[in-house]
Design a protein around this ligand. Structure first.
Ligand SMILES: *Cc1c(COP(=O)(O)O)cnc(C)c1O
Length: 366
């Protein structure tokens, strides 16, 4: 609860409204609420059209979508999967979930994404996949990563609307993954999907999310089935969000632009953007040597700033896989924080956060 007179600005705030409500009510009235229903197909078709991919399969969330991708690529015990050290933990968790070994490598200073040089040093005969994360809305360097000839899973969970050169994120891996969690740019509350151009992989993923069923032969199982489906209610929300995709992406970009200009010369630095990237801001990140103090002071003042994730190399569950130096990821994880970012954030709120940030840092430096 906010105290009287004290402003509270959340880190993130989902933007769902009448378009989404209309579709949800229709699904409710039709009694079409489970993991089969017309909105799911419409949502999948909308996503594949949006990113120019032949196939999309909706899932209950992105964490399971990554696990699905790993499973259909044949990743299992004994396999190694390369993951970046700077990421939300879900990609590396999914590697553990299929009993494979995460190989944690560093990111590049100019993009904060997987370093192709570090990947080249980490590849072995057991490397069965690379998970590249389009971190915080910035695509990885796919031309260089594809040169290794190892299947790539693109984790585009945070990057709806970004581009690598002329290609949209969500189309850059052998299999690409989106999240539609409530704090992502396009949201269904909870939700995810995979996209691919390969029909063989799409067929296997479509079957696996749905108990391993095969068409026209109910209750007959030849392969591992799971229940990773998105519900029709969730897809109804997603359909509304798809119609608003451009506006939602542009709105966050506008917030990022305001922060860029308002924070110039404030003593903190905005994130690097590589020249081959069209960045699509998810949460606005800055770096400062006063990170922990600044986060604490902003939060005390009612602004929900957050430190970015600890590097995977510092997470207890991945300690036994932290056998490579990841100085860039560890530096970003030490110095970076997110400022509140959401599509309907007003200029006044951005200016308030930026001004508070500037004044707080200045006070440290006197
Ligand atoms: C949010 C996120 C996920 C997990 O998404 P869920 O839909 O919440 O499971 C995976 N990878 C990255 C990079 C994320 O940011």
């Amino acid at each position: 609860m906010s105290e009287a007179g004290k402003i509270r600005i959340p880190l993130s705030d989902a933007d769902v409204g009448e378009t989404e409500t209309g579709f949800v009510l229709k699904a409710m009235k039709d009694g079409s609420i489970s993991g089969t229903g017309a909105f799911i197909k419409q949502f999948e078709d909308g996503v594949s059209l949006r990113v120019g991919r032949r196939h999309a399969v909706a899932t209950s969330n992105a964490t399971l979508a990554i696990e699905l991708a790993l499973r259909v690529l044949g990743v299992s015990r004994g396999a190694e999967v390369i993951v970046p050290a700077l990421t939300f933990a879900a990609p590396a968790m999914s590697v553990l979930a299929v009993d494979a070994t995460p190989v944690i490598v560093d990111v590049e200073p100019g993009s904060w994404t997987l370093s192709p040089t570090a990947v080249s040093e980490a590849i072995t005969a057991s490397t069965k996949a690379i998970i590249a994360v389009d971190v915080m809305g910035h695509p990885a360097d796919y031309d260089r990563l594809s040169a290794f000839g190892v299947p790539i899973i693109e984790d585009a969970a945070e990057a709806h609307g970004a581009m690598y050169k002329t290609r949209p994120v969500g189309s850059l891996g052998d299999i690409s993954v989106f999240s539609f969690h409530a704090n992502k740019t396009i949201t269904t509350g909870e939700g995810g999907c995979v996209t691919t151009d390969r029909s063989d992989l799409a067929d296997r993923m479509r079957s696996m999310v749905h108990h391993g069923f095969v068409p026209d032969r109910p209750y007959w199982h030849e392969t591992l089935g799971r229940n990773f489906r998105m519900t029709n209610l969730t897809a109804a929300v997603g359909l509304g969000q798809l119609q608003r995709w451009d506006a939602l992406v542009a709105a966050r970009g506008r917030v990022a632009g305001w922060y860029d200009s308002l924070l110039a010369d404030s003593g903190c630095n905005s994130r690097p953007i590589a020249d081959w990237a069209t960045y699509s801001c998810w949460l606005y990140a800055v770096t400062t040597t006063h990170r922990d103090r600044l986060v604490a002071d902003l939060r005390e003042a009612g602004v929900d700033a957050r430190a970015v994730w600890p590097a995977l190399t510092h997470q207890p569950i991945f300690a036994r896989y932290a056998d490579r130096a990841c100085p860039v990821a560890e530096r970003v994880a030490r110095d970076a924080l997110w400022l509140p970012t959401y599509s309907h954030m007003t200029y006044e709120h951005v200016a308030y956060v930026a001004d508070l940030t500037r004044r707080t840092i200045r006070a440290y430096e006197i």
